[in-house]
Design a protein around this ligand. Structure first.
Ligand code: SAH
Length: 218
């Protein structure tokens, strides 16, 4: 079994400094990034690059997000420790581990069985408590709603309505919206105290597509 080491911990602290320079300010987020052993979420052939601020391929033609993107989305939730957070697109499990390290109660959905199985055993081995579902993220987890925050880690063609309905009032949905061929806009969506929907575009990012149908892959 691969392990963590002081060398990896040192590399993580350097990564945290880079994220700080790029504008991540939430100390809770930076602390979580400094704790989670990202190299264990990557294939061993990429291990030496694990603490570069870059995305890498994982199984099933998917990618683990760049640390800056993970930090940006986590910060954008603006959720206090103890909040109930739903992630769509478990992938390697890295983002879910960062959310767990933040002290959130984490729920996550993945539609690729291979990644569901991989992330489930890894998160368990590392001692992160995360409720995982194998299924379609567009449907969310209504049985556990409402959530204090929902974070989507794949590009959605439009705002996912069913997920919006699973947010508590004031809770934030962080989702990259747009065409797959180009960059997507990161949206934050929430309802204000008057019950009105508010929306803000936070920046441009590039994600793998959020797919509607597990069988046809579209
Ligand atoms: N958060 C991941 C990165 C995910 S890449 C990490 O930290 O590693 C996006 C993931 O979303 C992929 O694993 C992909 O299989 C998954 N995905 C795409 N469409 C989905 C859907 N409709 N429901 C759930 N997961 C989906």
């Amino acid at each position: 079994m691969r392990t963590d080491s002081p060398r990896h911990q040192g590399q993580r602290l350097q990564l945290v400094e880079q994220l700080r320079e790029r504008g991540i300010m939430d100390e809770g987020v930076l602390d979580a990034i400094s704790q989670v052993p990202r190299h264990l979420f990557l294939d061993s052939s990429f291990e030496q690059y694990a603490y570069r601020d870059a995305a890498f391929p994982i199984r099933a033609q998917q990618t683990i997000s760049q640390p800056y993107t993970v930090a940006f989305q986590t910060e954008a939730l603006r959720a206090p420790s103890g909040s109930k957070i739903l992630e769509i697109g478990t992938g390697s499990g890295y983002q879910a581990a960062v959310l767990a390290a933040m002290g959130y109660k984490v729920y996550t959905i993945e539609r690729q069985k291979e990644l569901f199985d991989f992330s489930k055993s890894l998160l368990l081995d590392l001692g992160y408590r995360v409720s995982q579902k194998f299924g379609d993220g567009y449907k969310g987890m209504p049985a556990f709603a409402p959530f204090d925050g929902i974070l989507v880690t794949a590009a959605a063609p439009a705002l996912p309505q069913e997920l919006l309905e699973q947010l508590r009032p004031g809770g934030r949905l962080i989702v990259p919206v747009g065409e797959v061929e180009s960059e997507q806009s990161m949206h934050a969506v929430w309802t204000d105290k008057a019950g009105l929907r508010q929306e803000e575009v936070l920046g441009q990012f590039r994600f793998v597509p959020m797919l509607k149908d597990v069988n046809t892959g579209r």
